[in-house]
Design a binder for this molecule. Structure first.
Ligand SMILES: *Cc1c(COP(=O)(O)O)cnc(C)c1O
Length: 256
């Protein structure tokens, strides 16, 4: 966790007006496309998921006006509050942070996607609520690829067993795997996390393609999304490069 503090952080100016968001979205999208092209991939394979955590509703409205259609939020309470306040807007909500079983009810009520599935208990709790509501949800299974205790997610060894059990929960549409790389500016430490997620996906797809949906890879954030795309990411979750630097320290989201 200390590596990044030692090196200069990229500057992410705060986006306020619709034009600020247009410019940031276009700049990030251009870098996504360039990274994909460099890697010999089709840029159309890479989804940009803007992450609006800590950003107040009055600025989110402008991000939506600039073209954001799906927004990622780490904390369920915050996501639900924003969903309710902005229900008049045409925007879907993706919950990307660790979930306690007692919050499954909330996710089932409003989210269109959940990217941090990491236990059978959560799958069961979500499915029960979703079945009752007659809804389905897209899910990614989160894997801890950095073997840091501060990161949520299954170990690579636990992954196949969970995937084999998920078909029993028919309201959960498995889209692929999600991870957070080690927090470091050193590409030689970050890249292996992304490579590990891809190799896990490839192995499962070879053995039983039905278990992994479209085999998507949600990996890459403001500081490392180009690297993630080079390693096969199909969804980058980008907050600060679109909305501006966050004052809230990351330890709030990934307690160590
Ligand atoms: C906040 C967050 C991101 C985005 O991080 P940025 O540094 O703002 O790009 C991505 N994934 C998860 C799970 C997050 O909580």
């Amino acid at each position: 966790m200390t590596d990044r503090a030692d090196s200069p952080k990229p500057v992410f100016p705060t986006a306020i007006e619709v034009d600020d968001f247009r410019a940031n979205l276009a700049a990030v999208r251009a870098r996504i496309d360039a990274a994909a092209t460099r890697a010999g991939r089709d840029p159309g394979e890479v989804q940009l998921l803007p992450v609006s955590k800590t950003v107040p509703e009055e600025r989110i409205v402008n991000a939506v006006a600039a073209g954001c259609r799906t927004l990622g939020e780490n904390k369920v309470q915050e996501a639900k509050r924003k969903h309710d306040a902005l229900a008049h807007l045409d925007v879907d909500w993706s919950v990307i942070g660790h979930l306690q079983t007692n919050k499954a009810k909330d996710v089932a009520a409003f989210a269109s996607e959940f990217q941090a599935l990491d236990s059978l208990r959560i799958a069961e709790a979500l499915d029960r609520r979703l079945q009752a509501a007659g809804r389905g949800i897209d899910v990614y299974v989160q894997v801890n690829t950095s073997s840091e205790d501060s990161k949520y997610g299954l170990t690579p060894a636990e992954l196949p067993d969970l995937l084999r059990q998920l078909p029993a929960y028919s309201s959960l549409r498995v889209r692929g795997l999600m991870t957070l790389a080690v927090f470091s500016d050193d590409a030689e430490r970050v890249r292996p996390c992304f490579q590990l997620l891809r190799s896990l996906r490839d192995r499962i797809r070879d053995e039983d393609p039905d278990l992994i949906g479209d085999g998507g890879l949600s990996m890459g954030m403001s500081g490392d999304y180009e690297l993630a795309i080079e390693e096969g990411s199909t969804c980058v979750r980008v907050g600060q490069a679109i909305f501006g630097a966050r004052a809230t320290p990351d330890s709030v989201y990934w307690p160590s």
